[in-house]
Design a protein around this ligand. Sequence first.
Ligand code: ADP
Ligand code: ZN
Length: 433
Amino acid sequence: MPFWNKKIETLPRDELEELQVKRLKDTVARCRKSRFYRKRLKDVDESLFTSPMDVSIIPFTTKDDLRANYDFGLVTVPKEEIVRMHSSSGTTGKATVIFHTRKDIETWSELVARCIVMTGACKTDVFQNIISYGMFTGGLGLHYGAEKVGMLIIPSGVGNTKRQIQLMKDFNTTVFHATPSYILYVSDVMVHEGLDPKEFDLRIGFVGAEPHSEQTRQRIEDIYDISVFNSYGMSELNGPGVAFECEEKSGMHLWEDSYLLEVVDPNTGEALAPGEEGELVVTTLSREAMPLLRYRTGDLARIIDDGDKCSCGRRHVRISRIKGRCDDMLIVKGVNLYPSQIEDVLMRFPEVATNYQIILERVSSLDSLTVRVELYPKMFNGDLRKLKKLEVDITKSIQDEIAVRPRIEFLEPGSLPRSEGKAVRVVDTRGEI
Ligand code: ADP
Ligand code: ZN
């Protein structure tokens, strides 16, 4: 089984924790150089730290802290040492900015290289990076990692779908990186053009940047006849390269030599036991320009609690698929649910095509949930009984999953809006008058 950095990836737990404590102390000391943390850390004495979990005496850092200290408030190095700025996508409000030194870019690329090699992709692959370049971290993040591995990179960015397909065909792309929603759309366009997605040379796909279900992964694997790996990251923690699946696909390994992970109750901030689902809180352990202590990611997941026994041999902790952001939770008729739960049900039906939308309205002061579902064209052949049965089956399966009865609306493929970046799945008009 291939490794990029076997020594660090298979480091025994006690040595990994020893390294974490050392790096944590260094990080806290470095943080004092920033305007923001100097005040925050007044009462913290890191020299007393003996275990990674001693981090818990430090206050959390939030997205609002980053926004309030926009521009250089959290930077710990002189400006001339900064070589790159990135930004979040601004999905939940004002975008935040992050800075990197040359060494930060080097460390980040090393982490991404580990992820790439962990999936079985290698130097001889042709890698098409079908994701936005620029301030968004997905493009340059994977690009630098892939370059380190030595792959032939096609930095095609996002959009211009027909050209993406042409490039795949002409240059025999074997590995891609994309959002799951966009790569499904690419397959629709292939089929529309009379091409079979399975006939390309593709063998591996990296998908991330937005929540998606296990069923969606399998759908992409089936459509293209490839192996698909989940990639998790966020600009505040570099971008991609924070956690990634290995060939076992039983959770994403989070690189613990660079990230110290806690899982907390999103409402109280209390620590949760391994295996319990909560908000991921991460401390960076190897960042120079802009280290973050106990950063509230806003993302919900759990630690895969079977020790460090992944059969790939890596000892770094694994996290589950991300269920969504804490803010993605919808309250419908008093019930809490996540869009990814609905997606998981939909993608189990082979008749359901690649796009859907969730509509929430208030009708006569009651919540109403409609799921608009694109079906494959073969379903619109005049057999109304078949359609009715499918509607009943989907309604029941969703109700079983989320305990709310949805209204189902069937549409032809291509009816719903497509986004080239992060898909917008929910339209909620309940707050509007
Ligand atoms: P923004 O938070 O503004 O969208 P980013 O572009 O940095 O900024 O995106 C990071 C966020 O994208 C994460 O916090 C998470 O919510 C989501 N995300 C990234 N990768 C995944 C993934 N593999 N699964 C689910 N969500 C993901
Ligand atoms: Zn593994």
